[in-house]
Design a protein around this ligand. Structure first.
Ligand code: CU
Length: 185
């Protein structure tokens, strides 16, 4: 009788303790989970759905417009290659304006050569080889005027003829010394 009663009491106590523990734990967890799910769960989904349905169209339309407008701006990268061709054309222009200079010797009271035909842009240099001074001067009828200082032996005077025409000149010290420069294009 004693053993069975003690065993029964132990079982009852254990069962009651276990049942109360489960009931307490169950009451604490179930209400908390239902309240939290009910309050927060019902509000957040509705807000997320309403916001979510509005956001996608907003993000798609602005996204598509910039992406379509950006591609046209990239093509200009093909323009740089066009700058290379013009560089090849300038070189031919430089060679023409370099005619060979012409030298005229003053010797025995005469110009040698007596007359010279040159291209426009040619520089003419007179050099006095006489023991007496000479002075190069353009005639008054010449379209271009030039006048040197009196040239001692070995001294030179240069003048560049840029325009076409016939330009007579003489020695200012010895007017009988005459000659002509003919300039062609
Ligand atoms: Cu002279």
């Amino acid at each position: 009788m004693n053993k069975t009663s003690i065993a029964a009491i132990i079982i009852i106590v254990l069962a009651a303790a276990a049942g109360g523990y489960f009931l307490l734990s169950g009451h604490k967890t179930t209400p908390a989970s239902t309240i939290q799910n009910g309050n927060t769960g019902n509000q957040t989904p509705s807000n997320n759905q309403s916001l979510g349905s509005q956001m996608p169209p907003m993000s798609q339309t602005p996204g598509t417009l910039p992406s379509s407008s950006l591609p046209p701006t990239t093509p200009p990268t093909t323009i740089p290659p066009s700058t290379t061709p013009p560089r090849t054309t300038p070189p031919p222009a430089t060679p023409p304006p370099a005619p060979q200079p012409v030298s005229i010797t003053i010797q025995n009271f005469a110009f040698s050569p007596g007359s010279a035909t040159i291209k426009a842009g040619t520089k003419v240099t007179w050099t006095n080889q006489d023991s007496v001074p000479h002075q190069i001067a353009s005639d008054n009828s010449s379209a271009v005027s030039f006048l040197s200082n009196p040239l001692s032996t070995g001294q030179s005077f240069s003048f560049t003829f840029t325009t076409s025409g016939t330009f007579p000149y003489h020695c200012a010290i010895h007017p009988f010394m005459t000659s002509t420069i003919i300039v062609t294009q």
